[in-house]
Design a binder for this molecule. Structure first.
Ligand SMILES: [Zn+2]
Ligand SMILES: [Zn+2]
Length: 105
């Protein structure tokens, strides 16, 4: 049983733990395959609210920690390429980060 059944339904008044019924007062064998929208909506709202309070983590900006093997720019200096750092430098930086992590452990 899904968590949407934790609260009673405001539409058909199905109690907590009971599935929604087709209409209020019908016998319990005539249950709906899905709960009423009114019952599901608060859960969706809650989920949305939680996503808003937890914004996706912004990745740290690229740092020029290593010398570029391609254009020989030192740390803190940008590559001479217009479209961002050279691929070789990115790879070197990755390796550098990996080594630093290994050392700090
Ligand atoms: Zn219902
Ligand atoms: Zn470069």
């Amino acid at each position: 049983m899904g968590r949407q059944y934790k609260q009673s339904c405001s539409r058909c008044h199905a109690g907590p733990g009971k599935p929604c019924v087709l209409a209020e007062g019908t016998d319990a064998s005539k249950v709906r395959p899905f709960p009423h929208d009114e019952r599901v909506q608060p859960i969706l709202d809650e989920r949305k609210a939680r996503q808003q309070t937890n914004p996706t983590v912004v990745p740290r900006p690229w740092r020029y920690e290593v010398t570029c093997p391609h254009c020989a720019q030192g740390p803190e200096s940008r590559c001479k390429s217009p479209g961002g750092p050279h691929r070789a430098r990115v790879e070197r930086a990755k390796e550098y980060t990996r080594l630093q992590k290994a050392r700090s452990q």
